[in-house]
Every structure is written in structure tokens, then in C-alpha cells.
Design a protein around this ligand. Structure first.
Ligand SMILES: [Fe+2]
Ligand SMILES: [Fe+2]
Length: 156
């Protein structure tokens, strides 16, 4: 699985949240690295540690984001929080399965996590940024993520 490189097309133009998303992707990338190595040399403790780190950071970020959305009166907060809960549950379940020897941090799980993170930041989180930011700032948000022939992200 390829890593996720943060670039401006991820930006919501809300500094604190952009910083948290960067840190979140760092944890995903560490998980990705570990899985590639882990498939040859499974080390359950390090897999559990990284899932725990993903769970802890997701909880911290969701809590921060939901308070922020509440303060700004975001109308879709309930639906947005449900998406957060689904992800938290997926990571929690995976952690428990791993702990009980019934699961493994594999490429299938990693693919699901990657897809969820990309969809959530690029689609769902951008929805609230558009609703909350001033029209001037909202215009800075990259509307669509596409790649040029060199693999660079473009905002079109
Ligand atoms: Fe979110
Ligand atoms: Fe977020």
C-alpha cells in the first residue's frame, strides 16, 4: 500500500485541524510501513501499539473537531459524528481482534483505513469547512483531488 503524502489539496484552511490531519496521516504511514515489514516478520506488540496510537489520536481529533463544529453551529454535526464513531469502532474492533489473536494488521485492513481517511478528509471534512469558513476562505479549498502525469496533486 502506498503512503499518503499530505499536500495543499488536503487543506481545510483551518490551521489546527490541518495540523491534526497531518499527524493522523503520519500515524497511517507508520502503520503502512509496519504492515509491509510485518508480513514477513509479524510482531504483534508493534502492530497493537500502532493501532492503539491510531485509536487514541482518532479519539482526540474527533473530540476536538466535534467541539469545534458545535461552537460553529454546524448543521450536519450529528451525521458527521456518526461517521467518526464508525471509524473509531472499526479501529477498536481491529485492536481487540489483534489482542485476542484473531486478527492481523494486513493489507486488506490497511486499504479500508486508507480509503476511509482519504474520503473523510477530502469529502466529509471539506463539507463542514465550506459551511463554516467565510466565502473568501472557502474559495481556497481545493474542490477536487486529481493527479497530473507526474503524480502531483492538482486542484481543478
Ligand atoms: Fe471529521
Ligand atoms: Fe477531521
Amino acid at each position: 500500500m502506498s503512503e499518503i503524502k499530505w499536500d495543499d489539496s488536503f487543506s481545510l484552511h483551518i490551521e489546527a485541524i490541518d495540523q491534526q490531519h497531518k499527524k493522523w496521516l503520519d500515524i497511517y504511514n507508520a502503520m503502512n510501513k509496519l504492515t509491509t515489514v510485518g508480513e514477513q516478520d509479524p510482531n504483534m506488540q508493534s502492530q497493537m501499539d500502532i493501532l492503539q496510537a491510531m485509536l487514541d489520536y482518532s479519539r482526540f481529533h474527533f473530540d476536538y473537531e466535534e467541539k469545534y463544529l458545535h461552537q460553529h453551529g454546524y448543521a450536519e454535526l450529528v451525521q458527521h459524528s456518526k461517521l467518526h464513531k464508525e471509524f473509531e469502532y472499526l479501529i477498536y474492533q481491529s485492536y481487540v481482534a489483534l489482542k485476542e489473536g484473531e486478527g492481523v494488521l494486513n493489507l486488506k485492513l490497511l486499504g479500508i483505513i486508507k480509503g476511509w481517511l482519504l474520503n473523510h478528509i477530502l469529502i466529509e471534512d471539506k463539507k463542514y469547512a465550506h459551511a463554516i469558513l467565510s466565502p473568501y476562505d472557502a474559495k481556497k479549498i481545493c474542490p477536487k483531488k486529481t493527479l497530473d502525469s507526474g503524480g502531483n496533486h492538482l486542484c481543478t
